[in-house]
Design a protein around this ligand. Structure first.
Ligand code: SIN
Length: 298
């Protein structure tokens, strides 16, 4: 019996979920429905949450998807440092996630999913944008898809993380921040669907093309993946909880509300080494592919 009410936010990605109070915990049957809906829509937004999840409940819910991941730079709290408090206020120098990215894609095994519950919101603003990298891949020509399938790109983080959390007491002298090469076209390990796996924050070069030609290709791809048709813009309500799939989406948290404050608790779920599987069966028609067949790369 269906427990969840799902409202898609676009034909391409994202759905609101009603009918589950996360603070009370999630039973197995409800979890199975959530998991299936998550793989279908890429990001779910749990609405009408009457109260925040405790740290124990939030980490337990996230752990149903896999082992928890600890951020390589930000200070953690709660169980095993798994809670990353997202907090932006009058004295903040930078805002978390304020640019297109897939979380911590600089790691060899980037986190597969991220769960964020917002506890404090500005009076307006502070939306988060999400973009489907499956849709971005699906609209490329077959020739371009075949060309990109052979490429990898560097995802680095020194330029992002060095000194970033100094104001929260993180001293990082001597620390080495992660860097990894990942396939430009990534096969989703659960759905088998391909997507473009590059993002403006972490992806700094195409492997073997660390030259003008590689820079031009990367610039073109980064412009392409940011096309509005692949996106939604989510307006939060207090205690809304989002869970997004970093393997096929990227996101951008808008910092348009200074000097007001925005605070949430974020937990990430560990992932695997990104791969491209040329033998993966052609994806079954999905909302992501069907919504965009007539678009051409920007
Ligand atoms: C993040 O990138 O994890 C932050 C997202 C947000 O604050 O909306």
């Amino acid at each position: 019996m269906a427990r969840l009410q799902l409202t898609p936010l676009s034909p391409v990605l994202g759905a609101e979920v009603r009918g589950v109070n996360l603070a009370e915990g999630v039973d197995d049957a409800t979890f199975a429905e959530i998991h299936e809906a998550w793989l279908r829509h890429g990001v779910l937004f749990f609405k009408d949450q009457p109260a925040p999840m405790s740290e124990a409940v939030q980490t337990a819910f996230a752990r149903r998807f896999g082992d928890l991941h600890v951020h390589p730079a930000a200070p953690g709290s709660g169980e095993g440092d798994a809670i990353f408090v997202i907090h932006c206020h009058r004295d903040s120098k930078v805002a978390n996630g304020n640019g297109w990215h897939s979380d911590v894609s600089c790691e060899a095994e980037p986190p597969m999913g991220t769960m964020l519950q917002l506890r404090q919101l500005p009076s307006c603003g502070g939306d988060t944008m999400f973009a489907s990298m499956e849709a971005a891949y699906a609209v490329l020509s077959e020739e371009e898809q075949a060309f990109l399938q052979g490429l990898s790109a560097w995802h680095t983080s020194e330029h992002i993380y060095r000194g970033r959390y100094e104001d929260r007491g993180v001293e990082d002298a001597g620390k080495v921040y992660p860097k990894a090469a990942h396939p430009v076209v990534r096969t989703h390990p659960e759905t088998g669907r391909p997507s473009l796996y590059i993002n403006r924050a972490f992806t700094t070069a195409i492997v073997g093309m660390e030259n003008g030609e590689g820079d031009a290709l990367l610039k073109r791809l980064l412009r392409h993946v940011e096309r509005p048709e692949f996106q939604i813009r989510y307006r939060w309500e207090r205690f809304d909880t989002a869970f997004w799939d970093n393997r096929c989406l990227q996101h951008y948290a808008l910092w348009d509300y200074w000097p007001e404050e925005r605070l949430g608790h974020r937990v990430t779920v560990g992932g695997d080494v990104p791969f491209f599987d040329p033998s993966a069966p052609a994806p079954a028609p999905s909302p992501l592919r069907m919504a965009t067949p007539r678009l051409r790369p920007a």
